[in-house]
Structures are given as C-alpha cells and as structure tokens.
Design a binder for this molecule. Structure first.
Ligand code: NG1
Ligand code: ZN
Length: 544
C-alpha cells in the first residue's frame, strides 16, 4: 500500500474507531490492558502498528486480543514479533504513542519515517482472541486496522498458540505447521514418544485434573484430547460452561490465594493444575492426607524441568550448560537448591517475561520461569543441532541413544516462543511419568521458605527506583538501608520492594524461616515504603 492510499484508508477507518477524550493508555509489561470499554480505538491503532511492524521486519506479526488473568470485564492486547517472541521494546514506545495520539496520522508518519518503512512491502498479520465477551468486537477493530493484504484471523486461540503460529510462518514451517492441528500433532506426538520411556505407568498415573480458568485453555485442551491417545486422561473443570473467567479460579487465583480454585472437590494425593485466562501460565497443586494444600509453582516447575534436562545431557555425554532464569520473586529455597545441590547456573532477571526470555537466550539450554507459573525452555540453535546429530549417530551406546532421543522429543514438546500452559503441562506430565515420580515426591525436592507479598499505595510509584534485577532500591534515600536492617532481625530472611509494571502500586516481597516472621517482615517493610515513598490512604496494618 502506498503512503497516500494509507492516509485515505486510515482516515476513513479511524472515524469508526474514535479515541475517547482524555484517556491515556500505556503499553506495559504485558501489552495494553484495561477495561474493555475503553479499548476500541487502541485495538484499531494496534492493527495499524502491527501492519507497519510486519512491513518493517518483512515477516508475519501476531496480535493477540486478551487480558490474561485479569477479570472478564477487562481486555487487552499483546503484539508478537517474527520468532514468536514479545514485541521489541523500541516498538512498545510506538504502541503507547499511537494509542494516545490525538493526531493519529502525524504519529504514524513519524514511525514510518524513523523506521524507514517501505510502504509497498507486503504485510502479514495473524490475529487471535480469547473467550472474553468483548474479544470478538475488539479483534474486529484490530482487523480493521490491519487493513492488511494477507492478514489471517485465527479466531479463538491461546496466547502461546498464536506465538507458535507466527514462528511457524516465519520459519517457513521449520518450527511446525501454522495451524491448530499442526500444533496439537507436534506437541502430542512428542509427548507420546516421551511417555514410551515410562515403565509400569498405571492408568491412575495418567489422570490429571485441569482447571481451565473458564477460559480459552479449557476449549483448547478439549480440542487436543483426541491427539493424546489416552496417554494423558484429563478431567477438565472450570471449562467455561458455567463460571466466570478467572473468577475464583485459574493460576493467578491459586498462586496468590494459596488455595484451590472453586468448582470441584480435591481428592488427597491426586494431581491438579490451573491455567490462567489465556493459557500462558500454569501451576500444580495437591492436598495431602491431612487435607493440607500444597502448591507447586513456577519455581518448582523450573527445578523439575532443569533437573531432568541436566541428567539427560549428562547421560548423552553432551557438554551443554543448563541455566535457570528466575526473578527476585523466586523462593529462596529454589535458588539455593538449584545452585548448591543441582549445580546449575542461576540468573535473576527483572520481572516480566520478556526480560526472562532475553536472559535465557544467552545459554545452550535455559529454563525460565516466573514464580507465578509463566515459563518455558529455550535451546540454542547449536544445542539443538548437537542433540539431533547425536540422536542420528549409529555409533553410540544404548544409554546415550535413549538420552538423545528423549532430548529430541523434549525439544518438540516445548513451545520455545513463550510460556505455554498446555506445552508445559505435557512436559511436566512426561517427566513425572519417565521418572515414576508422584506429585508428593516432586514437592519434597525442597521446602519453600514461607513468604508474603503485599501491595502499598503511593502517590507516585516511580518514587521507588531499583537496581540488581530489582533486588535493591536506589531511591528514595534510606529505603534500602531500612529494608536491610529489618531483614537482619529475622532468620533466613530476604525482602525487596519494586514498583509494579501493571498496577499503580508498590509491591513488597518478604520471606523468612516461619510464616509469622515473613508476615511481620512484609508488614514492617510496607510501613517503610509508606513512610519513605509517599504512601497514600491508611497506613498498612499488621497481618495478625
Ligand atoms: P507487575 O505488576 O509488574 O509485578 C505482574 C507479575 C509479573 C508478570 C506481569 C504481567 C508478579 C509479582 N508480577 O507484574 O510476574 O506476570 O504482571 O502479567 O507476579
Ligand atoms: Zn496470561
């Protein structure tokens, strides 16, 4: 499309998608996100931006309409770059500018000039949406903006499925086939191959209960079931037939509340997992014979996956280093166990998946997970090549062969573009089956330190500035010294404060040897934030 044609088309279409006066949006940690009522103009404009990004990269770009674990009333959007990763930070800035522009055409023109975009280059944009009631209307607004030559509307998909499609398309099928059927076949075939290595797997061990958060993940698990050939028997609850999206269910609810979702009764010892509203997060849990609830979060998942991979690489005789990337929220016990017992490299990245993904790209094999259950595994190109070569080498012994084939199927069961609840679930189930491990045994690998997360309302959350992957505060003055002296009062204690990237608050994290100590420390640090960083409203109260 030529520039002149574009102006006419944008002018015509933008009348249908007016910007409400006075509204300011921000493309933050997880894209745009707010009440669905305010998003029509932004969706249209992000369709325009995706088209420009596609011309700029000469590749297919993805636009996923979802607000993940937020309530049903909200919606949002995530833009996906050519290899299925989150959109580059420089373009996040354009997204914010475009969403808020009063003079849309001037901002568009600036972007086109700055990036020297060739407007006659073809564009290709893949659009997907979750199950929210507003998603159909908002994804249509995106499509209006795409006005694209070869746009493809995938309709209902999980966020990671759309990331996967974009990568398949841009690798010309090398990563897989850019269809839902292609996705299910690739992942399920790899899963079935992996579970062939499990000896004496009983029917009981094939059972898993999945909380679909009343969202898109539930629909897609159902669609996938026939591909699993009964090697995994899923009992699905919160499937969207009755309950409300993310309401008292889903991965975020379970992680934050540290309790089971509503919608079913838990049987002691059985395995359960919860997805979030767009199926890019997963957490596991079970209750013991005393009825005590046990959560296996992103840290426990990263430990299980990295241990499995490290053992296989050793058996295969491959000299590839395994790293785990976490954030400051990772439980101290997990970091300690990984560094000192497993002896894997551990890195701490800033909160937000794109930071973890980026840090993980520096290693041969890297498992990255946020404690809240968003994560995946990345293999470098060289690592993949070595694994494939070994798997095809006729001169190796049986142990090496088995390990190489397991690694090869692991690569195929994983969605390397982004955290993917469905893919993570299949990988976790395969590891447990191969190791003959129960959920209790997995949980017992290390004991989480008791911890507490709190929020503090302040006039301006930018008053807090951090360094060292958000583990230390550099402003306001005195903040870090105060945190340090409070931490010193408790055993095995750690605490940090950081401004949230998605809410207008400061987050406080504390862990210590007992729940009482973790709660007391979190409270004392909250008070310090309130006093030193301009707290508003009532002073934080003790938890007990
Ligand atoms: P913020 O609000 O910046 O803490 C939260 C989560 C992140 C990430 C983003 C995007 C915590 C402590 N923070 O970010 O991990 O998932 O939302 O959804 O869970
Ligand atoms: Zn999500």
């Amino acid at each position: 499309m030529l520039y002149g044609d574009m102006v006419g088309e944008v002018e015509k279409q933008s009348i249908m998608h007016p910007k409400p006066p006075g509204l300011t949006l921000h493309y933050g940690t997880a894209g745009l996100r707010t009440n669905a009522k305010h998003l029509d103009h932004a969706m249209f404009r992000m369709g325009l931006l995706a088209t420009l990004r596609s011309k700029n990269t000469k590749a297919t770009i993805g636009v996923m309409v979802t607000a993940s674990h937020n309530p049903e009333e909200d919606n949002g959007l995530k833009l996906i770059d050519p290899m299925g990763e989150m959109m580059a930070p420089a373009w996040e800035h354009y997204a914010t500018q475009l969403a808020n522009a009063d003079d849309l055409l001037t901002v568009l023109k600036d972007i086109i000039e700055k990036e020297a975009i060739n407007m006659s280059q073809e564009a290709n944009v893949f659009v997907g949406k979750d199950t929210r009631s507003s998603s159909a209307r908002l994804s249509q607004a995106v499509l209006d903006g795409v006005s694209a030559l070869d746009g493809h509307n995938y309709g209902l998909v999980t966020t990671p499925q759309l990331h996967y499609m974009v990568r398949c398309q841009n690798t010309k099928g090398k990563y897989g086939e850019a269809t839902l059927d292609g996705y299910y076949s690739k992942l399920c075939q790899a899963f079935i191959q992996l579970t062939k290595n499990a000896s004496n797997r009983t029917d009981d061990q094939k059972l898993l209960s999945v909380d679909g958060a009343n969202g898109i993940g539930a629909l897609k698990v159902r669609e996938m079931e026939s591909h699993l050939k009964k090697e995994l028997q899923i009992s699905l609850f919160n499937d969207g037939s009755q309950g409300k999206l993310n309401y008292q269910c889903g991965a975020d609810f379970v992680k934050v509340q540290q309790k089971p979702p509503t919608g079913f009764k838990m049987n002691p010892g059985e395995r359960y997992c919860s997805f979030d509203g767009d199926a890019d997060r997963i957490v596991y849990y079970y209750t013991d014979s005393e009825g005590q609830f046990h959560l296996l979060d992103g840290d426990k998942i990263a430990t299980l996956m990295s241990t499995f991979l490290k053992e296989l690489l050793e058996q295969a005789g491959l000299n590839l280093k395994v790293a785990v990337v976490q954030t400051a929220y990772a439980n101290g016990s997990s970091t300690h166990y990984l560094e000192n017992t497993m002896k894997v490299i551990v890195r701490c990245a800033k909160t937000g998946v794109k930071h973890l993904h980026h840090a993980a790209q520096e290693f041969d094999v890297a498992v990255y997970f946020e404690s809240n259950g968003h994560g995946t595994v990345l293999f470098s190109e060289a690592a993949e090549e070595k694994i494939c070569q070994l798997a095809e080498d006729p001169n190796i012994n049986d142990e090496k062969k088995r390990a190489a084939l397991l690694l090869q199927n692991t690569i195929n069961v994983i969605n390397q573009t982004v955290g993917d609840a469905i893919s993570d679930m299949l990988f976790i189930e395969a590891i447990l089956a191969i190791k003959g491990m129960s959920v209790q045994q997995w949980d017992a690998v290390y004991a989480d330190l008791p911890n507490r997360q709190l929020k503090v309302k302040v006039a301006d959350r930018r008053a807090i500035d951090t360094t060292d992957a958000e583990r230390r505060a550099v402003s306001p003055p005195g903040m870090q010294d105060t945190v340090d002296s409070l931490v010193n009062k408790y055993k095995q204690a750690r605490s940090f404060v950081r401004p949230s990237g998605t809410e207008d608050i400061v987050r406080v994290y504390a862990e210590a040897d007992t729940q009482e100590s973790a709660d007391a420390l979190a409270h004392e640090v909250s008070l310090a934030v309130y006093r030193l960083a301009g707290g508003v409203g009532e002073e934080p109260k003790p938890l007990h």
